[in-house]
Design a protein around this ligand. Sequence first.
Ligand SMILES: [Zn+2]
Ligand SMILES: [Zn+2]
Length: 165
Amino acid sequence: MIKVNANQVDFNGIRLYGHEKVSEMEFEGLDNLVTFPEKMYYDLTVTLVNGGIVVSGKLELNLECTCGRCLKKYEHKIQYGEVCHFFETGEKSEIDLTPELREDILITFPQNFICSSDCKGLCPFCGGNRNVKNCRCGGAKVGNECWSELDKLDLASSKRKRKNA
Ligand SMILES: [Zn+2]
Ligand SMILES: [Zn+2]
């Protein structure tokens, strides 16, 4: 839990930094997509404002991902520098920032897992990694023809779009 005691915050702001155990952040459901590291780093400024506190700053988290095309493991670094939340202080002085920071990470969480945008993936016929070398298996020719059919389709549809525009 990343928390702050509002009584210790002043109008000049205090710096709150360190790391939080990722297991405490409750990223359930995402842990089958990626391997989370042990820690998430945060570097925040907490400032007293009228009626509450404002928390701003940045979060950092290194994910270990598996490429959906070639199955290679790669690292994806989440760096979110736009943390900005207002918390009403009210009666309570201790404020838990964890749910809001969790949301920040979810916003920046990758939508798909590809090691690089030009990853060629695995050959569907022999399973060879086409990033490493050009596949020379028998299936490759069939594969190419199949792709060229798709290319034709794409071309036709993009032409239509241009006409409509
Ligand atoms: Zn890949
Ligand atoms: Zn192949």
